[in-house]
Design a protein around this ligand. Sequence first.
Ligand SMILES: [Zn+2]
Length: 384
Amino acid sequence: MPKIHLSCQYKYNGKSRTDLTPNQKKIKKKIISDFKNGVIKWEKNKCRCSANNDLIVANKDRLGFKLRIVLCKECGLVRADPRISEKDIGLFYEKYYRKLFTYGINEKIQEEILLNNFNGELKRGRDILFNFVKKHTPLTNGVVFDFGAGTGGMLKVFKDAGFETFGVDLNENYLDYGRKMGLNLKKGSIDELKSFHKKADLVIASHIIEHLHRIDIYLKKIWECLKDNGYLYVELPGIFNQRDFSEFFVIEHLYYFTLKNLKKILGENRFHFIAGNEIIRALFQKSSQKYNLKITKQHINDILVFFRIGDIPIPINGLNLIKNKKKLKNKIILITVSILYKTRFVNIIVQLKNIFLNLQLNKLYVFKLFLKQFFSYASPRINE
Ligand SMILES: [Zn+2]
């Protein structure tokens, strides 16, 4: 049995970290009953390094589902174990996942969600083009694939810059929206990219890899659909980019990464690291050789420190409390805590707490982390 390294914020209590609407509560109940009745099954998720040396770091997801998250002490990879079975994950996405966030929303709001999504993708697309492709590659034109294209906003940026673009996604609503914007999008998974009969200079995999049951097989497919020396851009929620973790562990994410963990897996699959950050946004290049990156004990400890950062209680529903309780004293307390939180002072307190309580951790590292948190105030956490 794995050992436990649970932070108080991840103990299972069935409660969601954020307020759920009545519709979301209804769907959550249905999902729980589907798990109970075996309509959606769990399966064992052995670490890809095949070691059996895990620490439990969480026992719940953000909506309050029972979900065990473990960290492999050998390779440092964080994963859900058990996870929703490969056979049933399609059913889960089809039947519940979108509904959980859009059910009961009228058409006008749906349209707004799609527009917001497209605009968000445009912004991220510009970041890829200007901060990664133009800075680190010689590409000025060529073929771009977006695997998990959504509404196609990222491709739009590349299309406007003179690239030839193709995208696949599973969500028909999103695809329709992108097609109206003049983009070449198809419904399907990565295998559908073959139907474009092209090889890519750049593949974008944005918020995909953390959902995959078979990461290595997909990376092999991406490797095969790239031209020699082609590029792979990966975006996913990084462990070291989290601040309060209240939304981090989710039932549909099977893996969680630091940049190093990601570099290790991609290196083993013949992708050479070019540039990246802990958000995570990273650029890799197709290579003919494998790269073996060793994950140190120190790195694994660093991850554990991060999982305990949120141990200090933070009133997430602070604004609701202000609305409900009109007492001036409550308002002042909550506004003060919000300001402290926004200015990262809470993080600093937590860091100090970690220094004093977790004596087994590398103190120099915690101190460095504390300084980093303090001075990174100018670059706030970026949401998905
Ligand atoms: Zn492992």
